[in-house]
Design a protein around this ligand. Structure first.
Ligand SMILES: [Zn+2]
Ligand SMILES: [Zn+2]
Length: 260
């Protein structure tokens, strides 16, 4: 089988023998896998937060289950988690599951950009394999993980009755924020980016859009919000000016969500 893995300089396409699932493991036939910003950072040698395995936004079907695995049929569409927390340590008991020391210990083998990959027993036995609702394409299914990250961030908003939001940075994450915020009932969302294609997409998803190369976005947002600023700003872009812009266009007592 073919697999894309982290090489010495960027990615490498290699031919590997298809793995066999051991007891408690599941072998997945990959049908789609998203490319995360952290994958790119790993390929460039900049991300050291977890093992050098790329491809965690994967969707596929069960190819084979290992001994003792129940509730999964061969050929069934699935979306597996690449990390699962222990549920019992100091961090897990304080609602910080992603800080759990076990969380990053486990991953797919050899990774999500492989024709077939193994989901480890640790993840399978903790319910880390989801079955997508019928009708979702594999490409739609593989957006589960980034969408879940966005949903988790939105659940952390504590500002009372927010009326207005700004999303600074309209890449895949920023555009997902706009769609999920709309789904939660938000009506005024201001999307900010310098890329015309991204601005057009944000507009299609129901945001008002601003391009910082065409005017002072802080001034314009103030004008749009009764000179208060937005209730909640989301930083969905890496450059430091995204953070300073987000802080400036948020109202006093508002909330800035640091996602990127
Ligand atoms: Zn990701
Ligand atoms: Zn834990």
């Amino acid at each position: 089988m073919k697999a894309v893995i982290v090489g010495t300089e960027g990615f490498e396409i290699v031919n590997l023998e298809a793995p066999q699932p051991g007891p408690g493991e599941v072998l997945v036939k990959m049908l789609a896998c998203g490319l995360c910003g952290t994958d790119v950072e790993k390929l460039e040698g900049r991300y050291k937060g977890s093992k050098p395995i790329i491809g965690h936004e994967a969707a596929g079907v069960v190819e084979r289950v290992g001994e003792g695995v129940e509730g999964l049929k061969e050929g069934e569409p699935i979306v597996p988690h690449h990390h699962v927390n222990c549920g019992a340590c100091y961090y897990c008991l304080r609602d910080s599951p992603t800080m759990c020391p076990s969380y990053r210990e486990y991953n797919f083998t050899p990774g999500g950009f492989s024709e077939y990959f193994i989901v480890p027993k640790w993840i399978v036995e903790r319910g880390g394999i989801h079955k997508p609702p019928p009708g979702l394409t594999p490409i739609e299914s593989c957006l589960t993980e980034p969408t879940a990250c966005v949903l988790r961030a939105i659940k952390r908003i504590t500002a009372k009755d927010p009326e207005s939001y700004a999303v600074v940075g309209l890449g895949a994450v920023g555009l997902t924020f706009i769609q999920v915020l709309r789904w939660t009932g938000a009506t005024r969302i201001i999307g900010i980016d310098i890329n015309p294609a991204r601005l057009a997409a944000a507009e299609r998803y129901g945001a008002d859009v601003l391009n910082p190369t065409e005017g002072d976005v802080v001034e314009i947002v103030m004008g749009m919000t009764g000179w208060r600023g937005v209730d909640v700003a989301v930083v969905a872009a890496g450059p430091p000016q995204a953070l300073s812009t987000a802080i400036k266009l948020t109202r006093r007592g508002g909330q800035v969500l640091l996602f990127a």
